[in-house]
Design a protein around this ligand. Structure first.
Ligand code: SF4
Ligand code: SF4
Length: 442
């Protein structure tokens, strides 16, 4: 089996949250392989610790991926504030004799340093085309946990566990490793809270993660962080706003100051994304047409809503509203020819993470969440068929069948984009639904 097949067989997907199947990404040829180790979402502490704890494995997985795409150089992008991790990585690069291939490049502590297109620009000076992907400028990007999973795939170990930071307004902030498919509620309880009435949970980082509607879900290969806050926290209130509510508020009060546009990371990269114009479309009740196609360029980083707008409006939601209307009409973004340049003003408009944390009201919770030996040993796991971009995995087990931990239980449907899934515990398959395969521990 070649390396790409090993990665495919192990069900490796982008562990940073995107969930794109890694074997598809690494099937391209690229000039640069980039590691996204920026972890720019406030409060999350997974990647920075993995790189300290598993530096050799991550570097070897990263190197293997780099050779696979025939990259001439592999660059790790990590925030400059993680000085100890950078020192450690540089030491291990020398020990492993990878210094002529892999280098570490420090990033400013700004949000969103980990946006794939921002990362590509910071590490290579290249601007990904509007509505484009990094390979169009010769780059492939993998997350550090993904690099660890590539290493594990080479060793024959599929993705069956996930590292998660549990943080927020909790007695104990920590980072844990749990089996994929573990009930979220059991993971949350590791924080020291037993009763979650009065709390809301953000699935992911505080900026881009949604507020969970209920806590009855299960860990997936993409689960990166669980941010627990009191229901009355302002961030929860703002993130819980429905599209209709935000549209009503947007209509009433936008003063067209254009701060949302001036600080938008994609606008600053040179893309023609101007959320203040989408506020106008919503405000005047304009029926969107192709002239508003810029709404499609939004990466939903939420900077405009949660930081830039001085009066707390919802420009991201306006973008999303317009985008949905355009998609409903079958309108797609048409990329303009020509190379883009980042805007001159960009370097003066980067958002320091500390200011963002203060604005979000998260300063009291911006603390370490150390890697813990604590874990969950679930009696039952529910492994989602879709944890990735693409088609649902096709079950290859039957109800009543006994499975071993690590056994493939769902395969990629023939000719589809997708990722395989594996049993995270040994046990018996008790249910197969259109959404998940449930396994009860023997
Ligand atoms: S949405 Fe807010 S930041 Fe954007 S133009 Fe309107 S008032 Fe200004
Ligand atoms: S969410 Fe706002 S700031 Fe972020 S890319 Fe979209 S428009 Fe720009």
């Amino acid at each position: 089996m070649n390396l790409l097949e090993m990665i495919k067989d192990a069900g490796v997907i982008g562990a940073g949250g995107a969930g794109f199947p890694t074997h598809v990404k690494l099937a391209s040829k690229a000039e640069f392989l980039l590691m996204n180790a920026a972890e720019c979402e406030p409060l999350l502490r997974v990647d920075q610790q993995l790189m300290e704890l598993f530096a050799d494995e991550i570097l070897q997985g990263f190197e293997a991926a780099g050779r696979l795409v025939e990259a001439k150089e592999a660059i790790i992008g990590i925030k400059e504030k993680h000085k100890d991790v950078i020192r450690h990585l540089n030491e291990r690069i020398q020990v492993l004799k990878l210094g002529d291939y892999i280098r570490v490049q420090a990033l400013k502590d700004v949000y969103p340093a980990g946006d794939e297109q921002v990362l590509v620009y910071e590490l290579t000076g290249r601007v990904v085309p509007e509505a484009g992907i990094p390979i169009q400028v010769g780059c492939v990007v993998v997350n550090s946990e993904t690099a660890l999973n590539i290493y594990q795939a080479i060793k024959g170990n599929p993705v069956t566990e996930k590292y998660i930071t549990i943080t927020g307004d909790v007695p104990e902030k920590l980072t844990v490793k749990v089996p994929v498919g573990t009930p979220i509620i059991d993971v949350l309880k590791l924080s020291g809270i037993e009763d979650f009435q009065g709390y809301s949970v953000i699935d992911g980082g505080p900026m881009m993660g949604p507020v969970m509607e209920n806590l009855s879900g299960f860990v997936t290969k993409k689960t990166k962080g669980l941010v627990i806050l009191k229901k009355q926290h302002d961030l929860i209130r703002r993130k819980s706003m429905t599209v209709d509510q935000s549209r009503r508020i947007n209509r009433a009060t936008c003063e067209q100051c254009r701060m949302c546009t001036d600080l938008c990371p994609r606008f600053l990269l040179g893309h023609d994304l101007q959320p203040h114009k989408m506020m106008r479309v919503v405000g005047y009740g304009i029926d969107p047409d192709k002239t508003q196609e810029m709404a499609m360029l939004c990466c939903q980083c939420n900077l405009c809503e949660l930081f830039a707008c001085p009066i707390g409006l919802y420009p991201r939601a306006a973008n999303m509203f317009v985008k949905q209307q355009l998609l409903d009409k079958g309108i797609r973004y048409e990329c303009k020819p020509g190379e883009l340049q980042a805007r001159e003003i960009r370097k003066f408009r980067l958002l320091p993470s500390k200011r963002l944390v203060a604005r979000l009201g998260l300063y009291p919770y911006d603390k370490p969440a150390p890697m813990s030996e604590k874990t969950v040993v679930p009696d039952q796991v529910s492994i989602a068929l879709v944890q990735h971009v693409g088609a649902p995995a096709k079950p290859i087990v039957t109800v009543g069948q006994r499975v071993e931990a690590g056994q493939m239980i769902g395969a990629i449907p023939e000719g589809s984009l997708g990722a395989a899934i594996h049993a995270s515990i040994a046990g018996t398959v008790t249910e197969i639904s259109s959404a998940a395969i449930t396994i009860r521990r023997d």
